[in-house]
Design a protein around this ligand. Structure first.
Ligand code: GLA
Length: 364
């Protein structure tokens, strides 16, 4: 195919935070906001990528980590990871647009990488299975961009469906759709973009990963997913980190059961418990996130928590639709009081996942 358009959404995670790199569970969904890539095949071994906000980058198909930096690394990294997986690319022009806000913790970089991966493979007439793409995108992020992230974001983007959350099993790389309609129950899942940068996010994220790996080794298990009893750990910090992972995995499965039973509003307390655990045991929250959660709960939210890697970005609040204006006003007022930048609000609805645009996909 010489030309085509592919797009991939950002994500919101309902619950299951900082569990994916311990082989655990998460329950994200694809959001309506997407990155769109209009692509044209080239056969001279070059790739160009143009984004209205960020300008144009151009590089050969074959680069090595470090050759392309900045936003272009997300594009070059995907081409590099595809080549490492044995995909021969001849080149492409990519025009990138999108609606996923940057730096809001809604996974704009993974949506870009997923859309680029689909565009590059699609242009070359390839249709790799989605699990392979999950690993290719992870490799691009980890080894080319240099961010030590897991698999949850790209799985939400690649496997997302309208009105479904996606139960991610990070060990087995399986994605199971779970019915999830907020509006049908008179609810909104409100995203509060705190507009605070992810301070120290990469270093702290890497440190959490290391602590989890070391704790798994000390406990003699493959991943913390396998842990139920961690009384043998003596380091108090490791105990808190492991306690978060063990309990968070259990909360994901509880939330799935409630969603399957159509009891959406009852997941509220699980969200709030997740936040407390991320703040106190995992220590990845930030004052803006805590303030958003506390203000939302005080104004009647059924549950609220930070989402994503933490240290900034967004929180979510599950609210009765009628309470939404009051919750937004309360969060705005609390931010003013603390002298924080004004927050932004979005309503998140489970939406279709990544794919080629302008063609209908056969139902799987
Ligand atoms: C980031 C990473 C994900 C996941 C979350 C925390 O979004 O990209 O892989 O680890 O943080 O749950």
């Amino acid at each position: 195919m010489r030309t085509g358009t592919w797009s991939a959404p950002g994500r919101v995670n309902i619950i299951g935070e900082h569990t994916d790199y311990s082989g655990g569970f998460a329950l994200p969904f694809a959001i309506a906001q997407r990155t769109v890539v209009r692509a044209r095949l080239r056969d001279d071994g070059r790739i160009t990528a143009t984004s209205a906000g960020y300008g144009t980058v151009e590089f050969p198909v074959a680069t090595a980590p470090g050759d392309v930096t900045g936003w272009g690394a997300h594009v070059a990294g995907v081409a590099w990871a595809l080549a490492r997986a044995g995909t021969a690319l001849t080149g492409a022009d990519l025009r990138i647009d999108g609606t996923v806000p940057d730096g809001a913790g809604l996974s704009s970089s993974h949506s870009l990488e997923c859309a680029v991966a689909l565009a590059l493979t699609g242009l070359h007439g390839l249709d790799p299975d989605r699990a392979a793409l999950v690993r290719i995108v992870q490799r691009a992020e980890n080894e080319y961009v240099g961010a030590p992230t897991g698999v949850m974001d790209q799985m939400a983007s690649l496997y997302g469906e309208a009105d479904r959350a996606i139960l991610v099993d990070a060990r087995h790389l399986t994605a199971e759709p779970v019915p999830c309609e907020f509006a049908a129950g008179g609810l909104d899942l409100l995203v509060v973009d705190t507009r605070s940068p992810h301070r120290h996010a990469d270093g702290e994220y890497g440190a959490r990963r290391r602590t989890c790996r070391e704790a798994a080794e000390a406990l003699g298990v493959e991943d913390l997913r396998d842990v139920t009893d961690f009384a043998r750990l003596t380091d108090p910090v490791a105990v808190r980190r492991v306690r978060h992972v063990v309990r968070e995995n259990a909360r994901v499965l509880d939330a799935v059961e409630l969603l399957r039973a159509g009891r959406v509003r009852e997941i509220g307390p699980l969200l709030t418990a997740s936040h407390a655990s991320l703040r106190d045991d995992y220590a990845v929250s930030a004052p803006e996130l805590d303030t958003a959660v506390e203000a939302a709960l005080a104004a009647g939210a059924l549950g609220a928590r930070m989402i994503g890697g933490g240290f900034g970005g967004s929180a979510i609040a599950l609210v009765d639709q009628g309470d939404r204006p009051a919750v937004e006003a309360a969060v705005r007022a609390a931010f003013r009081e603390h002298g924080f930048a004004g927050p932004e609000f979005h309503i998140a609805r489970p939406s279709r996942g990544a794919g080629r645009d302008g063609v209908s996909r056969a139902p799987s």
